[in-house]
Ligand binder design. Structure first.
Ligand code: SAM
Length: 189
């Protein structure tokens, strides 16, 4: 087992939000809503050690740019070395607009999130979701997840309410064979 994830969790449990990386079934479900044949820019927020990054690298069209924004500098270096096709940026998800502008990128086709939104303040949740909405092209996908056990937290409900309000519709898919079991949140801009 890769201890890097666990080390980052002990160093900053709120920022990591999980002690172990997501499993392959969750990584599959979280990338399924993306139209890979059409997508030419995909962004990942909070790649951690790369559970979703790996799937994005495998499934993305050869002409598609894949960007990943990771706040933890050590994990950013690790993911960049492990997935050379992915442009890893050591930056906060809320700075997505600046990151895209610096690279001359306009709207993106999909944003996949591994962020622990239930640990975020109301302001943090809104600023990231606003940045995502501003970045997505019409019809672009925003896919995120939350753990089933986190559903008892008011912060988790606030995030779900915000997604419904901002995107108008939220589709939820359970992924029970993940440790811990999770819910995938899928929205369309
Ligand atoms: C639960 S881990 C998810 C890792 C991976 N996606 C997975 O599912 O295994 C959350 C990741 O989000 C990163 N993170 C937390 N807040 C962030 C922020 N505001 N911007 C970018 N990354 C952030 C953490 O450093 C951590 O790597």
């Amino acid at each position: 087992m890769d201890l890097r994830f666990l080390r980052s969790f002990f160093a900053n449990p709120m920022r990591m939000g999980a002690a172990f990386p997501s499993g392959p079934l969750l990584a599959g479900q979280i990338t399924d809503p993306i139209d890979f044949a059409r997508a030419r820019v995909i962004v990942e927020l909070g790649p951690g050690t790369g559970a979703f990054t790996r799937m994005l690298e495998q499934r993305a069209h050869p002409a598609c740019r894949v960007l990943a924004l990771e706040l933890d500098p050590d994990l950013a270096v690790y993911v960049a070395a492990r997935y050379p096709r992915v442009e890893v940026i050591n930056a906060g998800a809320q700075n997505l607009g600046e990151v895209l502008a610096e690279r001359g990128l306009g709207q993106v086709d999909a944003v996949v999130s591994g962020l622990p939104f239930a640990n975020f303040s109301a302001h943090q949740q809104t600023s990231v979701v606003d940045a995502v909405l501003a970045a997505l092209r019409p019809g672009g996908a925003f896919v995120s997840y939350s753990f089933v056990h986190a559903q008892m937290l008011p912060t988790s409900w606030r995030f779900r309410r915000n997604l419904k309000r901002i995107f108008g519709r939220l589709d939820i898919y359970p992924v029970l064979f993940n440790a811990p079991p999770a819910l995938v949140y899928s929205c369309v801009a």
